[in-house]
Write a protein that binds this ligand. Structure first.
Ligand SMILES: *[C@@H]1O[C@H](CO)[C@@H](O)[C@H](O)[C@H]1NC(C)=O
Ligand SMILES: *[C@@H]1O[C@H](CO)[C@@H](O)[C@H](O)[C@H]1NC(C)=O
Length: 424
């Protein structure tokens, strides 16, 4: 009996539905001529709605993922990679149509779309760049910075407006990535970077170390001293810890973002992030051979820096299967012992010893610097970056800057009784 009633109600519902649908199809408002303009408008609306829907879906999926992560808990041991550990790639774009060069490489080298979804955030409202980005369709998630308003600055500050806009854009887009799309980890790239074939492999492998070691707060693809001659041959698999935040293709987790988001600065975010109050003595992982290289010399920062340094950085070409390697040596407890023993166990030499070529063998050696001025003099002599940010020399770890000289490893190091960085 019940079954019969059920079928009856079902049939009536179906019938009603068909009648309504037919009515809607057949019935058109009398006398209305459909204009092409209207159709276009409606198609555009539909497209917008669909895109909105797509973004909402992505957000929903990420919320579910993040819930799953929370439920599965975290341990103290090394995290092994699981496909829940989506790492978003956030590409910053403004008014350079050459963003295509970076985007094409990201898409070419990305192992799969699920583990590395790409968000492109565009500032500046530059129409030609927007067209380029839109041409990638649903291969990327395109978001646009809604605040294009002017930033009023007075006097000397005026010429730094670009840096203010960049900082504002970063804050907005990172908030979107972590708090709206709800990703847990992000790799940040800018629109003027070339990337190495193992870019994603590198980040996927080091992600486990980053997530396991609270004394790390970033992984960077960049070696500030990564010029030909300063890096070892056949050392594509060599990685270091660095107290200097390198930027230029770097990964951080949501925890770090939540910690710094509220005090995010109005300009010069990269120098700000290097300050002790933000860094809190944490380090980054960086490679011996850079996995990024900047190709854009027209930008906010001056072209001189590009001509003098950036263009000489060697981009890695060899694919290193990092995810197959045991990288636990990069964890602080393992690394520091090894690092201190290696550096301070190496024979102490002078600049003259090195320059004269009278040293025996080709083992590692140590070159001591005793002050910032002293460091700068030596750094210049060896074509190393000679500047300090918040007391830390570029690529420095515990004050030590490793580099190659005539195929010999040299550690430019403070005396063994080093007490910490002089941030004054
Ligand atoms: C971050 O995004 C959320 C969601 O859109 C918003 O409510 C919040 O105000 C944003 N926070 C900042 C600092 O912009
Ligand atoms: C990785 O290397 C460490 C020593 O650095 C070792 O204790 C550990 O067992 C190794 N892990 C694997 C999975 O081989």
């Amino acid at each position: 009996m019940r079954k019969k009633t059920f079928y009856l109600i079902g049939s009536i519902s179906c019938l009603c539905w068909i009648v309504i649908v037919c009515y809607l199809f057949v019935h058109k408002p009398p006398g209305k001529i459909i204009k092409l303009k209207d159709v276009n408008y409606q198609v555009e609306q539909l497209e917008k709605d669909l895109k909105g829907q797509l973004n909402s879906n992505k957000i929903l999926i990420n919320n579910l993922r993040s819930l799953k992560r929370k439920l599965s808990g975290t341990g103290k041991e090394i995290k092994s990679y699981s496909y829940d550990d989506t790492i978003a790639v956030l590409l910053f774009s403004c008014n350079r149509v050459t963003v295509r060069r970076n985007l094409d490489q990201l898409l070419k080298y990305r192992p799969d779309a699920t583990s590395f979804p790409i968000i492109v955030s565009q500032d500046c409202g530059h129409e030609p760049t927007r067209k380029v980005l839109q041409s990638y369709g649903d291969q990327i998630t395109l978001i646009r910075h809604p605040d294009l308003s002017d930033i009023p600055l007075v006097g000397k500050e005026k010429k730094f407006k670009g840096y203010y806009k960049i900082a504002r854009h970063y804050a907005w887009a990172l908030n979107q990535t972590f708090n709206v799309f709800n990703y847990n980890t992000v790799i940040i790239v800018e629109d003027d970077l070339d990337i190495a074939p193992d870019f994603f492999e590198y980040f996927r492998a080091t992600y486990q170390i980053l997530a396991s070691d609270p004394t790390l707060w970033c992984v960077s693809a960049w070696n500030d001293n990564g010029k030909e001659g300063l890096i070892a041959d056949n050392s594509a698999d060599t990685l270091y810890r660095s107290d200097f935040f390198p930027g230029l293709g770097w990964m951080m987790t949501k925890n770090v973002w939540l910690e710094i988001a509220d005090k995010w600065p109005k300009a010069f975010w990269d120098d700000w992030i290097r300050q002790p109050a933000q860094r809190k003595e944490r380090a980054c992982i960086r490679p011996e051979v850079s996995r990024t290289k900047t190709f854009g010399k027209v930008g906010v920062s001056n072209g001189l820096f590009f001509e003098k340094h950036l263009k000489f950085i060697k981009l890695n070409e060899q694919f290193v299967p990092f995810t197959k390697y045991n990288l636990t040596y990069l964890l602080k407890d393992n690394y520091d012992d090894w690092f201190i023993k290696t550096v301070y166990g190496s024979p102490s030499v002078t600049v003259q010893d090195l320059a004269s070529g009278r040293l025996d063998g080709n083992g590692p050696v140590r070159l001591t610097y005793r002050s910032k001025v002293n460091f700068k003099t030596i750094a210049k002599a060896f074509r190393l970056m000679d500047d300090f940010k918040s007391g830390v020399p570029r690529t420095g770890y515990r004050g030590v800057v490793p580099f190659m000289f005539r195929n010999r490893r040299v550690y430019l190091a403070p005396p063994p009784d080093w007490k910490g960085y002089d941030t004054s």
